[in-house]
Ligand binder design. Structure first.
Ligand code: ASP
Length: 582
């Protein structure tokens, strides 16, 4: 038996007990006649004492050789501590050691294994197993487990069944790029790793599983943006015989349950907003509604004067920054520089100070009088003391720019409180999205999403206006889940592929299995998938998902610990019939 107790459980109720503990040496303090060692394991820290008078001499001698992170086992007696530490559960006791075994020595770790470490991101990733010994990382993983348990319990109680779907599947051209895996036994052929189990979960509905879920790895070979992982985890769900309303209802309950159990947050009905409204009011399809600063569209009240910049713009739009009238000239110049950064890309920013005395002072006083500016204030909801920031230009660009500014200002103003939770359903997404690069329409969600029946006639005339039975769940400005009611008949699915530019042959080759299945009694069905890593991070009050993944990849998609990806040897390449042309 390596241990009778963990390092986190002994207290004064165990005084005089003989115990055996095992763990890592966090810290030693050698006072000559006495040595204290903090012994750590997953459960906590227990203080050990080696005392010249009460501990056998040879044991004291070994104790003197202990270094940080040595793995040891001790036997001893629980005694009351002289100087107590009220901060930890074991702080009132210590173990008077009688026997000590070094189970394994350790090199000096490359960074300190403390809550606040001196190790930078790179070194911590390279030695992730040491990083995991630190409380912040360890606790994040424990937290993730707790959320996963809540997810499983809730869905299981509601009749959902966890079914595993394959990881070696077939590459499809839609969506992101696939990671592919060569097949040794099928020369020249490749599997792809799933971007999501989408088609399989639909087939499970055809198979009569009725309610499915899976906490599942998904793989997308995308250019990595900050805080994206090439492999990530979804809570993937699908239900048969449902309409959009049923899905929203179930998963609202699910999210409410998580917020209550994990955060103690009681949330009422989730508000809903159409995609159009979200774009118009927040410039964004995942608005953070914890704070206001709603967009005010100013075309009508700003395009009647000689200000060419505005007159030429497709959209003139502003937000009211609470208390912003007190910003100095320098602060405002900095804001202007901020929106002009290439990442944001605005050409400039017009501003209006709404003075406490009811007058206005703007950067375009040459063109607009007090009455004009009063109208801007009305449209943007600016009050005395606020600053109106106005951007103009092409509609999509300007919305994205102002949305970025809104988020930045909210951050600076402390309006994004991580302990406040404001979920929101965004509904009625467009079915199709125009892609400038390929000059054709893409499925905004995926090709299996059903159009709203009343919009189907528009497919031929105004494809961009067709709305989908698709929805996203947004939490504090993050898309945490998204899904749709699916197409479940062959004809509509074929029509959809046709509009996405697939020839009937291509559609058959790539998705024949699904269309075939639809001919054997496919029930109406729909579902949703949640980004599990992000959900855990948000519930944990943090924005970086990496902290909640045991072994994450870095920003270049590399695992710096195992050094992957890596080349493979010629023999392996040969077996796979792969010739490299580098
Ligand atoms: N498979 C979809 C996704 O990964 C989610 C869904 O439609 O259920 O985004």
């Amino acid at each position: 038996m390596y241990r009778s107790h963990s390092c986190g459980e002994l207290d004064t109720s165990n005084i005089n007990k003989e115990v055996t503990l095992a763990g890592w040496v966090q810290k030693t303090r050698d006072k000559g006649f006495m040595i204290w060692v903090d012994l750590r394991d997953r459960y906590g820290i227990t203080q050990l004492i080696f005392d010249e008078e009460r501990t056998p001499k040879d044991v004291v001698e070994i104790a003197k050789t202990l270094g940080r992170e040595f793995v040891i086992q001790v036997k001893g007696t629980v005694i009351e501590r002289e100087s107590k530490n009220p901060k930890i559960p074991t702080g009132e006791i210590e173990i008077l050691v009688k026997e000590l075994t070094i189970l394994n020595e350790a090199m000096v770790p490359p960074f300190t294994i403390e809550d606040e470490t001196d190790g930078g991101e790179d070194i911590r990733m390279k030695y992730r197993y040491l990083d995991i010994r630190r409380n912040p990382v360890k606790n994040s993983l424990l937290f993730r487990h707790q959320v996963a348990m809540q997810v499983r319990n809730y869905l299981s109680n509601k009749g959902f069944v966890e079914v595993e779907t394959p990881y070696l599947i077939k590459s499809t051209p839609e969506g992101a790029r696939d990671f592919v895996v060569p097949s040794r036994m099928n020369e020249g052929q490749f599997y792809a790793l799933p971007q999501s189990p989408q088609t399989f979960k639909q087939l499970l509905m055809v198979g009569g599983m009725d309610k499915y879920f899976q906490i599942v790895k998904c793989f997308r070979d995308e250019d990595l943006r900050a805080d994206r992982q090439p492999e990530f985890t979804q809570i993937d769900c699908e239900m048969a015989f449902v309409e959009q309303e049923d899905i929203l209802h179930i998963f609202e309950g699910f999210t409410r349950h998580l917020l209550k159990e994990i955060k103690g947050a009681e949330i009422g009905d989730f508000p809903r907003m159409t995609y159009d409204e979200a774009m118009k009011t927040y410039g964004n399809d995942k608005p953070d509604i914890r704070f206001g600063m709603k967009f005010g569209e100013l075309n009508e009240v700003a395009q009647h004067k000689d200000f060419k910049v505005f007159n030429d713009a497709e959209l003139v739009v502003g937000i009211a920054v609470p208390g912003g009238a007190s910003y100095t000239r320098k602060e405002i110049d900095k804001l202007v520089d901020w929106v002009k950064r290439p990442q944001i890309g605005a050409l400039g920013m017009v501003y209006v100070k709404c003075n406490e005395d009811g007058t206005y002072k703007s950067s375009v006083d040459k063109f607009y009088n007090q009455d004009d500016l009063a109208k801007w204030a009305e449209v943007t909801g600016a009050k005395a003391g606020d600053l109106i920031c106005v951007l103009s230009g092409q509609i999509n660009k300007v919305r994205a720019q102002l949305s970025a500014l809104r988020m930045e200002l909210a951050e600076r103003l402390g309006l994004r409180n991580p302990e406040e939770f404001a979920p929101l359903w965004v509904v009625d997404f467009p079915l199709l999205e125009w892609d400038e690069e390929t000059e054709r329409y893409h499925a905004m969600h995926h090709p299996f999403t059903s159009p709203k029946p009343e919009d189907i006639p528009l497919l031929d005339t105004k494809p961009g206006d067709v709305r989908a039975n698709a929805y996203d769940l947004v939490l504090n400005g993050n898309e945490i889940g998204g899904g749709s009611i699916r197409i479940h008949d062959k004809e509509t699915q074929a029509l959809m592929f046709d509009h996405l530019g697939f020839t009937p042959k291509e559609a058959k080759e790539q998705f024949g299995f699904l269309m075939d299945a639809f001919q054997y009694g496919a029930p109406p069905h729909g579902g949703i998938a949640f980004g599990f890593d992000r959900l855990v991070a948000i519930l944990g009050g943090q924005e970086t998902i990496r902290d909640f993944i045991a072994f994450p990849k870095n920003n270049s998609g590399r695992d710096v610990m195992i050094d992957a990806p890596a080349t493979i040897d010629n023999q392996q390449l040969k077996e796979l019939s792969i010739k490299l042309d580098l």
